[in-house]
Design a protein around this ligand. Structure first.
Ligand SMILES: Cc1cc2nc3c(=O)[nH]c(=O)nc-3n(C[C@H](O)[C@H](O)[C@H](O)COP(=O)(O)OP(=O)(O)OC[C@H]3O[C@@H](n4cnc5c(N)ncnc54)[C@H](O)[C@@H]3O)c2cc1C
Length: 345
């Protein structure tokens, strides 16, 4: 092969993280532009299904590292195997996930090369990738190249690129990686259930609530809640129930602003923004969220933004494609009902 484009396939509990397939699509498009082949890398234990899936997206080869030492993701083990496999790659692509943020960095250190994180677009200057990534909380886009060093490592923002169609008739060559990992310093004891339900970063639709979800003076909290802070949380729970109902109708994930999380209305797992999750859904509905720059940093690349806010001057309306000026407690129930009827639910 001329240029070697490697794509790391992130997966968890037997399922490929969808952004990995988007990365395979990018790999294939890159190969069309600069020539060369696309190789997927799958690490883990009992990963035949994932290897097969990775081979169905136009890859030439799938490098398979199947070993008990790779059963659970651990940065040290995965980085040592991946660094050896992808050492002579020209481009190494990762989907952006919690695991790959660490892994891509470790591999870049091992291979003494640069890394361009959170890429949302790219072009080529010869065989060098000219990658576009948001900076300053998404206010500016910057173009970055990986000077002379190779591989050029990019992590791709989830949902910034299209997922290609699978072709079950396509067959890729499977290359077994010899895995030889000594004693590891860490051991994975188990996994905890996330409270967020649907994964925010993979969701096509997100309905988010902010501090405004607790702002309904006409809601009388139950008599046994006398503490003011607890009354506020109770009101917020009623607001988030409306958010959840709309989310259920749309099969959407529930997001939140940091103000809502800090006030204990909802878990941190749901936070969108600079210090929360960065999301790019097709539709983002923000209810009772003012649109502070740190919140926008996490959702400004959403394809369509709908804002519901009492204040017609709220900054979120500057970014929103559709705005509803009104009280979310008045707006959400009929909106949910209308959608339910429209969708025949
Ligand atoms: C370093 C740093 C990092 C941060 N990271 C994040 C982050 O990751 N994510 C994040 O979200 N924030 C983050 N913040 C906080 C951010 O600056 C804002 O404080 C926060 O986003 C505000 O949340 P909010 O819009 O829910 O609340 P507010 O700003 O209080 O806005 C509430 C909005 O609800 C409207 N409203 C009130 N009642 C109703 C009603 N009944 N119906 C309809 N509308 C109503 C109001 O008009 C108002 O616009 C960060 C701040 C800092 C300094």
């Amino acid at each position: 092969m001329a240029n070697k484009i490697f794509v790391y396939i992130d997966h968890f509990e037997g399922r490929v993280v969808p952004a990995s397939l988007e990365a395979l699509g990018v790999g294939r498009e890159m190969a069309k532009t600069i020539g060369g082949g696309v190789s997927a890398v799958v690490l883990g234990q009992n990963i035949d299904d994932i290897v097969q899936q990775a081979g169905e997206y136009g890859t030439d080869e799938v490098h398979k590292g199947d070993d008990t030492a790779l059963k659970d993701y651990r940065g040290e083990a995965y980085a040592s195997v991946l660094s050896a496999v992808a050492a002579d790659a020209d481009v190494l692509l990762f989907p952006t996930t919690g695991r790959t943020r660490e892994l891509a960095g470790l591999v870049a250190v091992d291979l003494e090369t640069g890394i361009i994180p959170d890429v949302i677009d790219y072009e080529f200057d010869g065989s060098s990738v000219l990658a576009t990534r948001p900076v300053y909380a998404g206010k500016l886009l910057t173009k970055v190249v990986c000077a002379e060093s190779r591989p050029q490592i990019l992590t791709l923002r989830s949902r910034a690129f299209f997922k290609p169609e699978a072709d079950s008739g396509h067959s890729a060559e499977i290359v077994d990686i010899g895995v030889d990992i000594g004693d590891m310093a860490t051991e994975v004891i188990g996994y905890g259930e996330s409270q967020a339900g649907v994964s925010l970063t993979d969701a096509a639709i997100i309905v988010s609530g902010g501090r405004g979800v607790s702002n309904n003076a006409s809601l009388e909290s139950p008599a046994d809640i006398s503490d003011e802070a607890e009354q506020e949380i109770w009101r917020a729970q009623q607001g988030f129930k409306l958010i959840q109902e709309l989310a259920d109708v749309l099969s959407a994930a529930v997001g939140a602003s940091r103000a809502a999380v800090d006030a204990n209305y909802i878990a941190y797992d749901n936070q969108v923004g600079q210090t929360g999750k960065v999301v790019s859904p097709d539709l983002y509905i923000a209810a009772g969220i003012s649109g502070a720059i740190q919140h926008l940093a996490g959702m400004r690349t959403s394809k369509t933004i709908v804002a519901i806010n009492k204040d017609a001057d709220a900054p979120i309306f500057k970014l929103a494609r559709f705005g509803i000026v009104g009280d979310l407690f008045d707006v959400l129930p009929p909106l949910t009902q209308a959608l339910r009827e429209r969708m025949g639910l």
